[in-house]
Each structure stands twice: as C-alpha cells, then as structure tokens.
Design a protein around this ligand. Structure first.
Ligand code: C2E
Ligand code: MG
Ligand code: MG
Length: 767
C-alpha cells in the first residue's frame, strides 16, 4: 500500500476518516520534531501506513473512476478476490456482484460530481467469503490544490451485530404480533425460522410438531428446506435414535449433533440427508408452559461443528416463541371446539346444524345419496334426572351418545340440540338392501339397551321424528321443523316410537300455527272470562274458597275449555299474558265480593310452569294483590307436582318467597306426579288436592280407595289439609268424609259458575 500525499483542508471540517489521517500527520510531525533523525519522510509513511492498517474500520481512497488507490487492511482482508494481493487498481465491480457494485459506483460518481459528502449510509454487502455484513459508511470527495475533485475517501464500520440485534428485536415484536392476531401457525413458524436464519450465517431452520398421540412427528415449517426432505420426515415416530429432532423430542432436551455422518443418532437417516449435504444439526425441544413437549426447533448446517453460545441463545428464544405460538393455537382450537361442540358429550352443538345439513344437502345434490334428519328425544330422561340426580343424567347422556356413535358412519352426524334432544343426520348412500328406517331402528334399539347408572340398571327409550330431503324440506330449518312435528306425533303415540313426517302432520302443524294466531288475537280482543268453582269444608259445610277456571269465548266455536288451549299457550309462551290476566282478574273479583259485603273467601288460581319460572313471578303476584287491594291471605296458588319437580330447589325457594307474601299454596292434581314423600316435607304448602282420577271411581274401586286414604293420612301427618277434586256423588262425599278428607270440590257441590252466581251462592247463609 502506498500513501499519496493529499492536500488537506481545515481539520474541523473533516470527516472522521480524514481527521484520522490528519491526526496521524500531526503525530508524525511531533515524532519528527522529537526524533529528527529517526523520522525522515520514509519513516513517516511507514507509521502512517501502520496506523491506517490498524484501524478496524474500512478505510480507502478511490480515484474518479472508482478504482481503489489506497485500501487499508480491514477492507482488503474482507474484499480481496482470490488470487489478488492488493485492492489497488481494482474497483467494486471486481469484488461485488454487478448490481451491488453499480449501486456503489453511481452513488460515488454523484458525490464526486456534486462535491457533497454522504455520511452514515447503511450498506449491505457480502464479503469475499460470502458473509453478509451491514456497514455504516461515509464517503467524501477529495480535491487537489486547484479545488478539483480527484477522488473520494471512504470509511465504513461493520455494524452487523447492531443490525442483527435490531432486526431480532423487530422480528420478535412482529412474531408476537402475529401470534396475538392469530396468524396461521405455519406463517408464524416460517417468519421465526427466517428471523433466526438471518441471525446465524449458514444455517437452515426447521420446526417440527409432535402429533396428538405424543409420538408422531408432524411437519411444522421449513421455508428453506427441500419439501421432499420435509415430507420424508413427516409421520416418523420419535425415539432414542431418531436424528436430532426425533431424539430431542423423545428426550425432552436439546440434541447437538456435530457430525451427522458419524453420529449414531443419525445412523438410519444418513442416506436421506446425504443429497442435501447437511453435516451438523442442532435441535431443541419446544415445550409448553407446563413442560410438555410440543415439537422441536432445529438448525441444519453444511459444516460440521457446534453452535456458538449466541446461536444457542437464539435457539432458546425460538423454541420459547414457538411454544407460545403452539399453545395459543391449541387454546384457540379448544375455544373453537367448545363454541361448536357440547362439552358433556363432545358432539357438535345446535350451532353446527345448519352447516352440517347444508353440506349433506350439497353432497346429495351432487349425487352422493340422500339426507335424512331424525329429531330424537329421550322419553324418560327427566325422570332419571329428577330421581337419580344430575350426575346420573349426565352419565346417561354420555352412554346414549356413545351408543349412537357406534351406529353411525363417517357420512353421518349426530348433534346435541340441548337437554335430551339430539339430531341424527344420515348422509351418504345406503348399502344394498338397507333402508333409512332400518338404520334408525338400529339406533333406537341401541339406545333402549339397559344402562347401569348409580348401581342400577335403567332403560331409556326414545321418540324419533324423521324428515327427508327434499320431500320434507329443502333446508335445515324446514327439515328440523318437520322432524320435530313428527317427533311430537311419536310422543303422542305413546313414545318409544319412530315416526316419519307426513302431509297430515303438515296440516296439523299449520292448524297449530293458526290456533296460535287466534290465541294471540284472543288476548288482544279480551275474549277470556273466568268461572269459579266453589270448595266446601266438609266439617262445617261452609263455602270457604273458589277455584278460578278460565274460559275462552271463541267467536265461532263458542265457549272453549282450558284443556284445549292452555297446553298451546304454555308451549308458545302465551301463558304469560293469559296467566297475568287471570291472576289480576281473580284478585279483583275476590276484592269486589268482599267490598259487596259478602263473607270473605279464598280465591284459588292455577299456575303453570312457564309462569312460575318467570324471574319476576313473585313480584307479579305482589303487584296483582296491591293493584286489586286484596289481602294476600285470600289468594291461593295451585301448583302441580310436575311443575315443582322440574327444579325442586328453585321451586322451594320461590314457594318460600310466596309464603312470605302471605299467599296460600296448594298442590294440584296430587298423586299424578312424581313428588317423593321426602321432598313433600320441604314444600311450604297448606293443601293437597287429590286428583280427580282417584276420586272418579270411589268408593267402588279398591285401589283408588286405598290411594285416597293414603293421601289423606300422609297429608295429615305433614299437617296439610286435603281437598278432593271432581266429587260428583253423594257416595263419594260419604267415603271422603269417612276417610278424613277435609274439603271437597266438584259437580256434586257446583259446576264452575260465573261471578254473579258465586255471589248468589255466598249470600245463602249455609248450604
Ligand atoms: P284443574 O286445576 O285440575 O281443574 C279442575 C278441572 O276439573 C276443571 O276443568 C273443572 O271444570 C273440572 N271439574 C271440576 N269438578 C268436576 C267434576 O265433578 N267432574 C268432572 N269430570 N270435572 C270436574 P277445566 O275447567 O276444564 O280445567 C282444566 C284444567 O285447565 C285445570 O285443571 C287447570 O289445570 C287448567 N286451568 C284452568 N284454568 C287455568 C288458568 O287460569 N291457568 C292455568 N295455568 N291453568 C288453568
Ligand atoms: Mg286446579
Ligand atoms: Mg286438578
């Protein structure tokens, strides 16, 4: 290297590179002054040369053509092409690829043309060994004594480490953002691998996952590995000698193989890896937060050896991020699954119905068989739930699910709609000689096999309504509605049956819809009225109460009895407004009788389950009393056993709140429900009403007589009054009186009558 003497301007205006040269010159001068003999001009150049070479930054001077005139050791070592001893006389075109050299050349020509320096430019290069480097470069024009630009001086510092740290930082932030936004796992993995590959020169990254079985390797991502190689690894089982990754996952700790060709862990895979030239492979397991192995992160290199400590740190970071990504994906999958599946049985839930039906229809339209939708309801599930408890109920549902799944095929779907209702969707082609009916029948029989629950053998049957595409509906809604209608028929036919949808059912369903509309109209047009049926104390003969029984004055059909519209009102929710009306009208009527000076009596009002379960039911009762001005002790509410048994705990709580209001409570139709005697004790009721079915055949029917007597004695043990309903004959009255029954209600005494008739009755001193 030779140093050409350059004309220098004022030190302060200089770039650091020039300042360095200038400082060197001053140093030389000083050395010269102190040791005049030793430092002649030659020595001076030697010192200067030595000093420039010691600088770790690139330092060079180029002429107007971009050819190196001076180049220090740092740039020479990094850039000298093979076979050259000095950069002098060479240009960037000799040491860089054409497009890189052109970029430099153009910038430098620009600097020399304008005479303006360019400072702190970031430049990316590859050195002579191919190592990528980021340089912070400054280039300044140099003028001769006439002021003409004769070349430029350049200084460049290697900032690769800083750039790597920066890109690592940005890359990590980007990855975490991807994970947070739920980017596909393969994209996150690919970005992660590219990030690490950008940090460690000469490596290729790969992420493998451990399959759900905890044994099988699944391809994750490897953007720079040959897809054929990835495919060959996919599906291999992990083990104590399965390359770097298979072993790392098996051991649950990092495995560093410094030479693939000699390491026994790679014994079975050397042939596979040979064509790619990989010599070392360092793999680390990816762990979950709890320490479970989820996969592996590996770096392949074509040179044998160990990873540097920095590289190991990077791998540690990569496995950590990959772990977060996998766990986040697993959590998301779980949430997705839970949103679309029933947690108890694992079956798809109602939300999946439309989609599954649509895809079954699509397949059918493409000629891949038919679609059958069966609506399935367990017949005696409530009984199991109520008598054996919810846990037993859950077990039963699980057992039934398992059996149904045994009977279906891949092209079928079973959906749990909720409670004990399921939809069975049969898709695909039927086998030779097979019918839809036979397939569903198999399912029904499988369900009906006894189940062991809480140490008991229980048998549940089911009712099924079936609709087929396209005959009974063209989409999920239509098919489900018609299958539902058919299921109702199956239930009506006595349960434990399979019923296909038919045209008559459609008419029936239409009629029901029409009735529903009529009922809605009836509320608006105030077509309801109340009748009252007196109740008599057998000991005193006094009318002490009346039961309120609703009637519908239908414009065409005349007086309609509650039996023909209350069930529909309950089913459709219209019982809410109807029941409110009854309750208020009954309270007002009773208050009106009292205001008219009649002896005060209790008015009894029937309550249906839907009403009783309204959240503000107690408040509604309180309001009816307040609005009418009736004292609470003159109102009685009749609850049925089945209503109470739907949710005993909730019912008891509501009953206590009603009791606190001062309202009386009675159990209607007693003997027809399932109340256990032990729970009866917990109900704050004052009266039991023996159902009329037990009264009807009294006193002749021995069984009914025994039941009636038992109810009376049970009620008295619990300090409850007993009233018999539907009493029609003198013989019945005599029997009941003799059995100890306290009160009676029935045609014997009076049919349900209008309010005016009640008034007349109450005016008679005693009947
Ligand atoms: P329930 O509460 O058991 O009412 C007694 C039913 O027996 C009444 O029928 C009544 O007319 C009838 N009955 C009374 N004495 C005799 C008799 O001696 N012989 C015979 N064969 N029957 C007699 P109704 O009025 O048709 O009411 C039927 C059911 O409708 C009632 O049964 C009750 O469960 C329900 N219901 C009536 N009004 C309402 C109401 O306002 N709200 C609610 N939720 N249900 C009501
Ligand atoms: Mg009643
Ligand atoms: Mg009754």
């Amino acid at each position: 290297m030779s140093i050409n003497r350059l004309p220098l301007a004022n030190d302060d205006d200089l770039d650091p590179a020039l300042r360095l040269i200038s400082a060197g010159e001053r140093l030389m001068k000083e050395a010269h002054r102190l040791f005049p003999v030793a430092f002649d001009q030659t020595n001076r150049n030697v010192w200067l040369e030595a000093m420039i070479d010691e600088v770790p930054d690139y330092l060079y001077f180029k002429d107007r053509n971009g050819c190196f005139v001076v180049a220090n050791r740092a740039i020479s070592i990094d850039s000298l092409p093979n076979g050259y001893e000095s950069l002098e006389g060479l240009s960037d075109f000799d040491i860089h690829p054409e497009h890189v050299a052109r970029g430099f050349f153009e910038t430098e020509q620009e600097i020399m043309r304008n005479g303006n320096p360019m400072l702190d430019m970031e430049e990316f290069i590859r050195d002579a060994r191919g190592t990528p480097k980021w340089m912070l470069s400054s280039k300044l024009p140099i003028r001769d004594h006439t002021g003409e630009v004769v070349g430029l001086v350049g200084i460049a510092r290697d900032i690769t480490e800083r750039k790597k740290a920066e890109s690592l930082h940005v890359g990590q932030a980007h990855l975490l953002k991807m994970i947070a936004l739920g980017a596909p796992l393969v994209d996150v993995f690919s970005s992660l691998i590219l990030l690490i590959e950008g940090q460690v020169h000469g490596v290729i990254g790969s992420i493998l996952m451990l399959g759900g079985d905890g044994r099988t390797i699944r391809h994750g991502a490897a953007p720079n590995l040959d897809p054929l190689y990835c495919k060959a690894i996919d599906g291999i089982e992990i083990g104590p000698k399965v390359g770097s990754c298979g072993t790392a996952m098996w051991r649950g700790e990092p495995v560093i193989v410094t030479d693939i060709l000699t390491d026994p862990l790679w014994e079975s895979f050397t042939e596979l890896v040979k064509p790619y030239g990989f010599r070392s492979c360092w793999s680390a397991p990816i762990h979950s937060y709890q320490g479970k192995v989820l996969g592996s992160f590996a770096l392949y290199s074509c040179t044998p050896g160990k990873p540097s400590p920095e590289c190991q740190k990077l791998v540690g970071m990569a496995t950590h991020i990959a772990g977060i990504a996998i766990e986040r994906k697993e959590a998301e999958d779980r949430i997705q699954f839970m949103a679309h599946h029933d947690t108890l049985t694992g079956l798809p839930n109602r939300g999946m119905l439309a989609e599954r039906v649509a895809s079954a229809i699509e397949n059918a339209d493409d000629g891949a068989g038919g679609v059958t939708l069966a609506f399935l309801d367990l017949d005696n599930f409530k009984l199991v739930n109520d008598s054996l408890g919810h846990n037993a109920g859950d077990e039963l549902l699980k057992a039934v699910t398992e059996r149904m799944l045994r009977c279906v095929r891949a092209s079928d779907t079973i959906i749990r709609l909720g409670g004990d209702e399921f939809v069975v969707l049969l898709g695909g082609r039927l086998r030779r000689g097979e019918t839809v009916e036979a397939r569903l029948e198999t399912l029904r029989q499988a369900i009906a096999e006894p189940v062991m629950l809480a140490g008991r053998s229980i048998q549940v049957t089911c009712s099924m309504g079936v609709a087929t595409y396209p005959e009974h509906g063209r989409n999920a809604t239509e098919l489900l509605a018609n299958a539902d209608a058919a299921m109702y028929h199956a239930k009506e036919k006595g349960r434990d049956a399979l019923q296909f949808f038919s045209a008559e059912m459609a008419t029936h369903a239409k009629e029901k819809l029409l009735q529903q509309e009529e009922l809605r109209e009836a509320i608006l047009r105030k077509q309801f009225l109340l009748h009252f049926q007196p109740q008599m104390d057998l000991a005193t003969g006094r009318i002490f109460a009346v039961e309120t029984l609703i009637r519908w004055r239908h414009p065409e059909r005349g007086m309609v009895s509650p039996g023909s519209f209350i069930p529909l009102a309950e089913e459709t929710g219209l019982i809410g407004p109807i029941g409110d009306w009854t309750l208020n009208a009954a309270c007002r009527q009773n208050k009106a009788w009292q205001d008219a000076g009649l002896p005060p009596i209790v008015v009894s009002v029937n309550v249906s389950a839907r009403q009783f379960q309204q959240k503000d039911w107690v408040e509604r009762v309180a309001r009816a009393l307040k609005d009418s001005g009736l004292e609470a002790r003159y109102l009685e509410l009749e609850l049925t056993e089945s209503l109470i048994m739907q949710d005993v705990q909730q019912a008891v709580e509501t009953m206590h709140r009603l009791e606190a209001l001062g309202v009386h409570l009675a159990i209607d139709d007693f003997g027809t429900g399932y109340s256990s005697l032990s729970s009866l004790k917990r109900f704050p009721v004052g009266r039991l009403k023996i159902d009329q079915s037990f009264v009807q055949d009294l006193p002749a029917d021995q069984d009914d007589a025994a039941i009636a007597r038992a109810i009376v004695s049970l009620a008295h043990t619990l300090q409850l009054k007993v009233i018999a309903e539907g009493v029609e004959t003198r013989e019945q009255v005599d029997f009941l009186r003799e059995a100890g029954c306290d009160e009676i209600q029935g045609y014997y005494l009076s049919r349900p009558i209008e309010a005016r008739a009640v008034e007349a009755l109450l005016r008679i001193p005693n009947i």
